[in-house]
Design a protein around this ligand. Sequence first.
Ligand code: NAI
Length: 431
Amino acid sequence: MVRSIESVAVIGAGTMGAGIAAASAAAGCRVLILDMNADTVEAALQQVDEGDRYLVTTGLVDADLDEVSGYDWVCEAIVEDLSVKRDLFSRLEKIRKDGSVISSNTSGIPLRQISEDMPPRFRSDVAITHFFNPVKVMRLFELVPGEDTDQEVISAFAEFGSSRLGKGVVHAKDTVNFIGNRIGCFFMLSGLHLAKPFLADGMSQETIDGVLGAPVGLPPTGLYGLIDLIGLDVMELVGKNLAANLPDADVGHEFTSFPATEQQMHDLGQLGRKAGGGFYRQSKTPEGERLKESFDLSTEEWREAQAPNLEGIPVELGEVVFHDSAEGELAWKIFGGTLKYAASLVPEIADDVLNIDNAIRWGFNWVHGPFEMLDHLGAGRVIDRIRAEESELPMMLQVLDQAGVESFYRNQGSEYLGTDGEYHPVESSVD
Ligand code: NAI
């Protein structure tokens, strides 16, 4: 059955639901916003552009759930709790109309757990539609089908996400944390651990953030600044979800919990920007001037922030990973380690390199996605380095090596290397 989405019912009007509702109204759709809490619904309505508010109906879950029957897409964005979500989906399934599509915005609950023992109509009409925060700004829209999801349903979500909402659609699989957060959170969690010896040798966290920013094509928040933005509380939950759901052999298991100091910061409520400070904070001098401070991970005390020391580091994008210096070693271990991790995850989490590159560029604002970066650095150089360390080549680097080719993309990026060792047109990857 061909599906078309012209109207959207959003259940859960918090950070994400409010964003999805506002984006859908801005796209000209009729929108229903429901929550348990009337103030939250009102706050979500205020986030809709004034000119679009005529398209929006609001209500409370207990009183108005039946309204959902008038909408083409029922989008769940409530609390991240499997049993609460399943309970809501069971109620929604009895109400929503035939031909409608239904989805969860979960950041990490597997769809197979949500769908287990649900009726066939639910199983064929459901997907995960994973937006990134803030919805208005972030381009990434991960789409995850379940075992029984109809292709028409996925096509309808992909079409709506790209044409109506202007998002970058990435096709992910039903694996823990999908694509963006699987790789992005590996970078952060492994980074906290792998940075420790460098801190112990006297490298400042500002320098670590400086190296893991522009020199490798990442935003200026680097490592610690990014975790400050996301929050140590969110990262802790992500770590727990990874510990429970990563495949047994995944190297990410080494990094699912925080190092001791970071755990202590978390336990003391030093969670990041939203809590007034994490690794960094903004404060004031006694004279009232603005002062940026760093939480020194060695002394565990606040001190004035220093400028990063990037002297002598190559200016060419990415070259720092091959630089013979402590900063080069740090970049190779943390950033290079993340590239290797990404290269090990095709076809486990995505069918091709393209979906991974798009997810990381659109979700984390890297200049190049991991495979584009491997091409930029020279995949052969990276392979030589991995071999020199007597480590195993990750899956996609093995594919490239065995195919006897030098890059993941060719012909100005119009073709990408598949897991079969052949090049395929980029358009063939997209729905
Ligand atoms: P939030 O806490 O801001 O909002 C959740 C809302 O759901 C609250 O307003 C709450 O009143 C409501 N709610 C809870 N149980 C309900 C129920 N049974 N029926 C109706 N409403 C209910 O949470 P947020 O951040 O918007 O997250 C929502 C979902 O999106 C979660 O699954 C989360 O993992 C996911 N997500 C969050 C991201 C983020 O950065 N905040 C990014 C991507 C996904």
